[in-house]
Ligand binder design. Structure first.
Ligand code: PMP
Ligand code: GLN
Length: 407
């Protein structure tokens, strides 16, 4: 028997003797963002898949974090976040949205919005509670809701308008509904929920006495004058909403993983206890850098969306020129495209794989944002938070690929 066969036999015997691990985690794959980034680097592709800027965040924020490493405050910071960042987050709430929040009782800092969303779900859901989710949805929502033993109730937006199906949303609420998870501006659709849609949602939350987890990581990335409205600002919503922001998006520093939650003093303690059991605290120097960032002047925040809007237009018009049907994007880092007009025969996974391997450009298949197999499978998501030369290179490569395919 060869050594390999022997080793694998031992492995199989061991695996047989062991009890099954967590079924839910064993049943899901590695996140599509990691999978597609690995495929991009394997093929030397321009990566317009995973949503991270290829440029650095503001120098003053980075310098503040670097300086903070050197002044001897490197032990566990306060569990809910360093005072500077809690104060800056409270100030930011008031400055942009008129939300009054007590920095000592209503702000919790986490290791990214990913942890923040998990902590908020943990704070309110008991096993058996129902949680309303809106598809297409970010890939951590569903596994976390299920891991908590809660029951997801999915409501689907339909392209190209991604309008809110009000009757279906209302029907998803019932006596067991505990919470709704709302993402606006929305990944991957680029939808920014309107005041009217938010009012309808607020009515349902009041009617059914529910909480809302508000994933607002793209709050400052809106285009064409579209205004981000936190659900928390609507009448009756201040006590029901947990509002989540991310320094990754607001300061183009996705690797830092700093998130901040604003929640009423009646909910924040449970959110903090969830955080206490997930990570307990978050790197203090990065928190202090982000505190500097949240206090930056209006020119910074306005410049962020102007800068990204130009990138959206560059990529969007380029993709349209190549023959993609480009769906409108009012916010976020992403453009959704229908690739059927290109004449590609295959689903979105095949398209994104072929595009990576042959055109050397990577996008994300939009079915990754759906829970079930019946999702629309002719959409690919492209990230435009990239240098202009990178966007141009991606378009040039796709054009050459299309010419070759057609030739
Ligand atoms: N929510 C949405 C909608 C996202 O696109 C992302 C990805 N960055 C996150 C949450 C996670 O944010 P963070 O990197 O701060 O954990
Ligand atoms: N939010 C990013 C995206 O949608 C990816 C974050 C991640 O890789 N987890 O592309």
């Amino acid at each position: 028997m060869s050594r390999l066969a022997w080793t694998s036999r031992v492995f199989i015997i061991r695996a047989r003797q062991m009890k099954p691990q967590n079924e839910l985690l064993s049943g899901i794959g590695t996140t599509i963002f990691t999978v597609m980034s690995a495929l991009a680097s394997q093929h030397g592709a321009v990566n317009l898949g995973q949503g991270f800027p290829d440029y650095d965040g503001p120098a003053d924020v980075i310098h503040a974090a670097a300086a903070a490493l050197l002044d001897g405050r490197n032990q566990y910071p306060p569990m809910s976040g360093v005072p500077e960042l809690r104060q800056a987050a409270a100030h930011h709430n008031k400055r942009f949205y008129g939300i009054e929040a007590d920095p000592n009782a209503e702000v919790v800092v986490t290791s990214g919005a990913t942890e923040a969303i998990t902590a908020c779900l943990m704070a309110v859901l008991n096993p058996g509670d129902e949680c309303v989710l809106i598809e297409p949805l970010y890939d951590t929502y569903l596994p976390v809701v299920r891991l908590l033993g809660a029951i997801p109730k999915l409501v689907r937006l339909s392209p190209p308008e991604w309008a809110l199906p009000r009757a279906e949303l209302a029907a998803a609420f019932g006596p067991k509904t505990k919470a709704l998870l709302l993402n606006t501006p929305m990944n991957p659709t680029g939808k920014v929920f309107t005041q009217d849609e938010l009012s309808f949602i607020a009515g349902l939350l009041e009617q059914h006495d529910c909480y809302a987890i508000c994933d607002e990581v793209y709050e400052h990335l809106t285009f064409d004058g579209a205004k981000h409205i936190p659900l928390m600002t609507l009448p009756g919503m201040r006590e029901r909403c947990m509002r989540v922001g991310s320094a990754g998006k607001t300061f183009s520093l996705t690797g830092w993983k700093i998130g901040y939650i604003t929640a009423d003093r009646s909910i924040a303690p449970n959110v903090a206890k969830a955080h206490q059991n997930l990570t307990f605290t978050t790197a203090p120097n990065l928190q202090r850098g982000v505190a500097v960032g949240l206090m930056k002047d209006d020119a910074y925040f306005n410049g962020l969306s102007t800068h990204l809007q130009a990138k959206r237009d560059k990529l969007g018009s380029g993709l349209a020129r190549l023959g993609f049907d480009v769906l409108p994007t009012k916010g976020s880092y992403f453009i959704t495209t229908d690739f059927r007009p290109l004449g590609f025969n295959g689903d979105d996974v095949a398209f994104c794989q072929t595009l990576t391997e042959e055109a050397k450009v990577t996008a994300i298949p939009v079915t990754a944002f759906y829970a079930t197999e019946d999702a629309p499978s002719h959409y690919a998501r492209f990230a435009f938070c990239k240098g202009d030369a990178v966007i141009e290179e991606a378009l040039t490569r796709m054009e050459a690929w299309l010419v070759k395919r057609r030739g």
